[in-house]
Design a binder for this molecule. Structure first.
Ligand SMILES: Nc1nc2c(ncn2[C@@H]2O[C@H](COP(=O)(O)OP(=O)(O)OP(=O)(O)O)[C@@H](O)[C@H]2O)c(=O)[nH]1
Length: 801
């Protein structure tokens, strides 16, 4: 075949040739080196599959062992001295082969795209479950991964659930290869976004599911942003090909245009809607069908249906062209007018996917049990194994110098606790092992607290069930019992002072007051609050000092509703809740000096503290800072510490509305102490009073949360939606108009978005969708500020009347 349209690829390659730059794939040298390592000892891939450490057990490895021993000893003592390549080059070939067959993947998508339904098929086809149950299915059992009653009833995923399975696939030589897949099904709703964040933080790749009818939806755009944040390579699965109006090409175009990732289908559907039967594999040019009750048998044939031969050629060509734009090797073949081989195409897809330059698109229908297995093959073929992903830690013993972690069992252990969950047997901590291996009974050190803990029990999770194991190798995911820690803590075996950065935790934007209806339920209420807070960093609880009300904060109304409901179901506590409130913030906009003396003389010993200094806006609007610049010891260290405490307490409850303070600095540079009457309490109180006075003198402002809002709807409703947004004083940042739908990106204040979903539904005949994500705090309109302040002052007066 002669390649016709070369324009983009030609120009790219010509450019590369001119400048001498090659588009580097992510870890080309490492992959090449590990292959060399495997070949050197004549290791046969197909004998892999054991998941525990097996290094050094095979006799034929003597040569490797002696060559590697020195490197490994050095790596154990100080791996930061060695490059990743040096270690991988010397990797135990058995270990390298084990890793090459591990995939840690997440499934993420817009609400209701079929993540849970697809995961159910994956578990069935890999033999993890014996029968398939549907989300909201008639049998009332519910899907395996929606294990919570509430999830099964509402048909939505609330918590991400982890599982694992083994997938046996044929390689290009027709030999069977077993892959071990750790899989996390994540919720689609934005209110549970922390579940997606923490899953993506520890996964190596993802399957992004799209609906064949709706294509890229508002939440797909959020998920895309999250995947970019953690550099997650992905394959795209266009699901629901059995639905009326299914059109995979629209989804492919939208991935290219809306998400701006080069994407091309590697399959063509055989039939559509009711008549969807299977797919044509464009790389091998074979038709693939599912047979059996649940589509469990895959039948492959060289006979592509006659009406699809031309389309398949055209789409194959499109795939090659798209690859040529992102991959040098294919681009060079283009220049030589040589058709790439199957192996070359597959290798290019893999390179480009792992280096985040491309996403291959597969298609099927999870509900109709069609073409899920080829999606699993694509996971194995194109998503990276743990050793192909760069994971970094900070070496606390070397001024936080960044160090690479190497997925290798024999190195010192480093793992990250990414999720906590209360189970019937105590706290369950999910850990991703990045380096070394984790063994039952081992002592590990929490890098944050420096506390030593023993690992009493290690399990692999299968939704809400677990399987005990003795050891977990590098690059794997497990859960441990009896480890007291916080979500995001790093564990090491003590040999290294490494610490990993945690995931991005968005700020809660909505609060409501809550209390148990019956006082007898208070102990259970507190228990539930403690547990939910520990498990979910976006769920916060505090007691308002004045009203004594418990206030819960979270990512949205649904988020808080779910916790209220869980309290009722899991703890049998009925609660009364107040109206949802926006989490405002307070800040200052100019400098104000203070010289404040607290003096009380009521017979006996009195109170005395004088603080002098100023308040000013912090350059970083999200931070507060306390600084002392005392010279001459006018205030002792002990009392300065009390001043800092006073500052922190004041930041928790601003003078304008009683909301948190952001972006304020307080500097104390002078003061006075009385030999008898001064105390820590006096300095704390004096600081709080000075804070209040100078805050009010520093042109204070109320800030409100602005939300990155994405709205998609059919084109005919564009005018209606712009009208709705104008009424809400939204700032429209961009609009993309497609052939049928448009997508609008706007910044809207959260306050103006209450009730938006029903208005959107009404003005788009139910066809519009939106998703919101916290963006930043911005000054609230003057009128709103005045109203809020007046309301707060009235509440204060009433309370003290
Ligand atoms: N027609 C059709 N319906 C599907 C398909 N896959 C899933 N569904 C249906 O779509 C609905 C949502 O499916 P889920 O699997 O719960 O989707 P999800 O993405 O996990 O949902 P959330 O986690 O709540 O965001 C259910 O009613 C499924 O039966 C499919 O391939 N075809």
């Amino acid at each position: 075949m002669r390649v016709q349209s070369l324009t983009c690829a030609q120009s790219l390659t010509a450019n590369c040739l001119r400048t001498g730059v090659r588009t580097a794939s992510r870890f080309p040298s490492r992959c090449a080196l590990s292959t060399v390592a495997i070949r050197r000892v004549g290791y046969n891939n197909s004998s892999s599959g054991g998941l525990n450490t097996i290094s050094g057990r095979i006799g034929g490895q003597k040569r490797w062992q002696s060559a590697a021993a020195a490197v490994l000893e050095k790596a154990k003592a100080d791996p930061s001295e060695l490059s990743q390549e040096t270690i991988v080059e010397n990797l135990d070939p058995v270990e390298a082969a084990r890793l090459s067959k591990v995939r840690n993947i997440g499934i993420a998508a817009h609400i209701d795209s079929g993540k849970t339904t697809a995961t159910e098929r994956v578990l069935f086809y890999t033999g993890r479950i014996n029968s398939i149950h549907e989300v909201r299915g008639k049998d009332a059992v519910g899907a395996k991964m929606d294990s919570m009653d509430l999830e099964r009833e509402k048909g939505i995923t609330i918590q991400s659930a982890a599982t694992f399975c083994d997938w046996v696939k044929k390689n290009d030589q027709g030999e069977e290869e077993k892959y071990h897949i750790n899989l996390i099904d994540t919720p689609g709703h934005i209110d549970f976004t922390i579940e997606v964040e923490r899953a993506l933080r520890v996964l190596d790749g993802a399957v992004m599911i799209l609906c064949a009818v709706s294509g890229v939806q508002s939440q797909t755009i959020t998920v895309d942003r999250q995947m970019r944040r953690y550099n997650i390579p992905r394959i795209s699965f266009v699901n629901k090909m059995d639905r009326m109006g299914a059109n995979p090409w629209k989804a492919v175009d939208q991935i290219n245009q809306k998400l701006r990732i080069p994407a091309a289908a590697i399959q063509v559907p055989i039939g559509r809607e009711d008549g969807f039967k299977g797919v044509v594999d464009l790389i091998r040019m074979k038709a693939i069908y599912n047979e059996g009750d649940k589509g469990e048998r895959i039948v492959e044939t060289d006979e592509i249906p006659a009406d699809l031969v031309e389309l398949s050629k055209e789409k194959r060509q499109k795939l090659i062209e798209t690859l040529a734009d992102v991959d040098d090797e294919i681009a060079e073949l283009f220049l030589d007018e040589t058709e790439p081989t199957q192996e070359q195409i597959k290798a290019a897809i893999r390179r480009a996917t792992i280096s985040l330059k491309f996403t291959p698109v597969v298609m099927g229908s999870a509900l109709a049990d069609k073409s899920v297995q080829p999606m699993l093959d694509a996971v194995c073929d194109y998503l990276p194994n743990p050793s192909e992903v760069e994971n970094m830690a900070l070496d606390r013993r070397r001024k936080e110098a960044p160090v690479k972690l190497v997925s290798y069992n024999s190195l010192p252990f480093v793992g990250l606790a990414f999720k906590l969950e209360e189970s019937n047997f105590g706290q369950l901590t999910y850990i991703r092992v990045y380096q070394g291996s984790l063994k039952k009974g081992m002592n590990v050190i929490n890098a944050r607290s420096d506390k030593k803990v023993k690992i009493p029990k290690i399990v692999r999770m299968h939704s809400n069930e677990m399987e005990e194991v003795q050891e977990i190798g590098a690059g794997e995911i497990c859960a441990v019992f009896g480890v007291d820690c916080a979500s995001g803590d790093t564990f090491t075996d003590g040999a290294l002072g490494y610490s990993m950065t945690s995931m991005f935790v968005p700020e809660p934007v909505i609060s409501l007051s809550i209390k148990p209806k019956h006082t007898k339920d208070t102990p259970n209420f507190s228990k539930a609050m403690n547990r939910f807070q520990r498990e979910d960093p976006t769920f916060r609880v505090h007691v308002d000092a004045e009203s004594q009300e418990t206030v819960i904060s979270g990512m949205g109304e649904l988020h808080l509703d779910i916790y209220v409901e869980r309290m009722r179901r899991e703890y049998r506590v009925d609660c009364e809740t107040g109206q949802p409130q926006v989490a405002y913030r307070e800040t200052i906009t100019k400098r104000a000096n203070f010289d404040h003396t607290l003096k009380k003389q009521t017979g006996g010993s009195g109170d005395f503290a004088r603080v002098v200094g100023w308040m000013e806006p912090n350059e970083e609007p999200s931070k507060n800072l306390f600084e002392q610049q005392i010279s001459g010891g006018t205030i002792s260290e002990k009392f300065l510490f009390a001043c800092e405490k006073g500052f922190m307490a004041s930041c928790q409850k601003g003078p304008l509305l009683g909301h948190k303070v952001l972006g304020a600095n307080m500097i104390i540079n002078d003061g006075a102490t009385h030999a008898v009457d001064s105390s820590e309490m006096a300095f704390k109180n004096a600081t709080q009073q000075a804070f209040r006075k100078s805050f009010m003198a520093a042109a204070p402002q109320v800030l409100e949360p602005l939300m990155k809002t994405t709205i998609t709807a059919p084109n005919e409703f564009q005018g209606n939606i712009v009208g709705l947004l104008n009424k809400r004083n939204a700032i429209i940042n961009d609009t993309e108009i497609g052939p049928e739908d448009f997508t609008l990106y706007a910044d809207c204040s959260l306050n103006s978005m209450f009730g938006f979903s029903s208005q959107l539904r009404a003005s788009t005949q139910g066809k519009g969708e939106f998703s919101m994500e916290f963006s930043h705090y911005s000054p609230a309109p003057m009128q709103l500020q005045k109203e809020l302040i007046a309301k707060y002052e009235k509440e204060q007066r009433d309370r003290h009347a």
